[in-house]
Design a protein around this ligand. Structure first.
Ligand code: NOJ
Length: 564
């Protein structure tokens, strides 16, 4: 049989899924998310920076990642940790300079690591020149037309133009004072009031962002992670909308949310696709689009749109074999059906770290975070055990995978951050009702006995590090063959050696319903999500998420098996 016939036969068999064709690097890459504030701090001010990243890149080469994605480091007043950009084409002084960026990029490329930067097109900072010009200009002016300004409702225009609620809590509108001192129009902000939304129906906005893309592509970046890639276009007329009470604030659980996933957004991505295609080297565009199903998410990665879209339906699936089997199946069908890989992810800077999230004592809706008074509290040992098993499953799945800094150390969510130290706008805008995301953003530990666990030399840290993180420090875990770091190193090395990113996937029958069992080319993966042990099939254990003896797989454990 030819390889094409092989692939066709495989695709036809029930429970078998072949990847979409293509050998671009992003189809199979393991991409490590760096959250620059919390990765490594070279100048000791308590906030991580670009020279800090450069100095620590060796450890990522050692881990075996293909690429890094940096959360925003552009000029910003930091009202939303850099997702409020005041100048898209320069580096914020707290992170360094453009020269520091170039040095970081050169070092990464020298190590064979590609670099993706974060671009925030839905909104700017209120300190962006354009927004300042809009405030200084009259209603109806071209300066206002770059953002979404509207007159208010009610007799004196003192009610917001509609009932939309910000993702961070409170109304999605703020009222401005006109240059003549009178109460004026309202502007839309899906997030914080310091993050006004652009009007993407305005050609000037589109042109500005083509320029921003080219600025970074010319510098040599390998791609972009695109913030809120489902939010840019709002429904005509901005009709009132009330989300379902138990809905996820970032994703439309309804079919037609007037500010999420509006069809016009796809034109923007077709345009960006063309800009990226002007450059050599398969520059990649990755969507942050919170959509409820793989089928909907796949619309963002059709052949002429973006290349990757985070598989958030997978991230939000609980640790339970049946729903995981469903979501993996749907993903392996939906993404290749449009020619794309699935882009697996378990943690990032917006969600509770999966070493805590997968074992909570109760419900914790996405985006709310956890803190000392939350009803749901982590069960640490069980959480870590499940996280190791979950990562052992994820890193066997065909497609690309993102790893969030610190998950390779098994870091839990930092729950006991004092109220006075919290910084997430969610915490403030919900009047302390929701803790938000600080707990997954705490600076990561490098050396157990150094100040700030080696994050810097002074011991300063913009969010306090739990004392218990000494045991997770990279130097400690490097020496321990049983550590989570050693597990991740093994997973990445064997994933590469066995070509799992482009493997054909087949579900295996004959296991209890609480087990995930599948083959990816020559590797068999068995994960036990139930309470009782499970007899392993034949094969040598290549990797186990936990140490055990014999052929009975314990609960919350996953293995990779190969033929002897
Ligand atoms: C998604 C980012 O990941 C998040 O951190 C940010 O707060 C919002 N978008 C707004 O930019």
């Amino acid at each position: 049989m030819t390889s094409t016939q092989d692939a066709a036969t495989a695709a036809a068999a029930p429970g078998t899924f072949a990847p979409a064709p293509g050998d671009e690097w992003w189809r199979t890459a393991v991409i490590y998310q760096i959250y620059p504030r919390s990765f490594a701090d070279s100048d000791g001010d308590g906030i991580g920076d670009l020279p800090g990243i450069t100095a620590r890149l060796d450890s990522l080469a050692d881990l075996g990642v293909d690429a890094i994605w940096l959360s925003p480091f552009m000029v910003s007043p930091q009202k939303d940790a850099g997702y409020d950009v005041a100048d898209y084409c320069d580096v914020d002084p707290i992170f360094g300079t453009l020269a520091d960026f170039d040095a970081m990029l050169a070092r990464a490329h020298g190590l064979g690591i590609r670099v993706i930067v974060d671009l925030v097109p839905n909104h700017s900072s209120d300190q962006h020149t354009w927004f300042q010009q809009a405030l200084a200009s009259p209603p109806g002016s071209p300066e206002r037309a770059r953002y979404i300004f509207r007159d208010g409702r009610g007799e004196n225009g003192d009610l917001p133009p509609n009932n939309w609620e910000s993702v961070f809590g409170g109304p999605m509108w703020d009222r401005v004072t006109e240059p003549d001192g009178t109460p004026g129009q309202w502007y839309l902000h899906i997030f914080d009031s310091s993050q006004p939304d652009f009007d993407w129906t305005n050609p000037e906005v589109r042109e500005q962002f083509r320029g921003v893309l080219r600025f970074w592509l010319d510098r040599g970046v390998d791609g972009f992670r695109i913030d809120v890639a489902h939010g840019l276009i709002k429904k005509d007329g901005l009709p009132d909308y009330t989300p379902p009470a138990d809905g996820d604030s970032m994703g439309g659980d309804d079919d037609d949310v007037p500010y999420w996933g509006q069809p016009g957004v796809h034109d923007v991505w077709r345009d960006w696709h063309e800009v990226a295609a002007e450059y050599d080297g398969d520059r990649a565009l990755c969507a942050e689009a919170w959509l409820p199903t793989p089928d909907k998410t796949a619309l963002w990665v059709r052949p002429d749109e973006l290349h990757q879209a985070f598989n958030f339906p997978y991230l939000t699936t609980e640790w339970d074999a049946a729903p995981l089997r469903t979501i993996i199946t749907e993903s392996l069908r939906a993404f290749p059906a449009v020619g794309a890989p699935s882009t697996w992810v378990l943690s990032n800077h917006d969600v509770i770290r999966h070493a805590s999230r997968l074992a909570l004592s109760g419900e914790s809706p996405q985006g709310e975070g956890i803190g000392p008074l939350s009803a749901a509290q982590p069960i640490p040992e069980l959480g870590l055990r499940r996280a190791r098993a979950a990562s052992t499953v994820m890193l066997a799945l065909p497609g690309s995978a993102y790893v969030y800094q610190g998950e390779e150390l098994g870091l839990p969510e930092a729950v006991d951050i004092p109220d006075s130290a919290r910084q997430d706008p969610t915490w403030f805008r919900t009047k302390h009702e929701k803790y938000g995301r600080d707990g997954c953003r705490v600076p990561i530990p490098w050396e157990a006995s150094a100040p700030a666990f080696g994050f810097n030399a002074t011991g300063a840290s913009w969010l306090p590090q739990p004392a218990s993180w000494a045991e997770h420090a990279r130097d400690v875990e490097s020496r321990d063959p049983e550590s989570t770091l050693s597990l991740y190193r093994q997973l990445l090395a064997e994933r590469r050696a066995h070509g799992l990113g482009s493997a054909t996937f087949t579900w295996l029958d004959g296991f209890p319903a609480t087990v995930l069992a599948f083959r990816v080319d020559d590797v068999t993966v068995i994960a036990n999500l139930g309470d009782s042990v499970v007899a392993l099939p034949e094969g040598r254990i290549l990797i186990a998420s936990e140490g055990f003896t014999g052929r009975e797989l314990p609960a919350d454990t996953a293995v990779w098996l190969v033929a002897d």
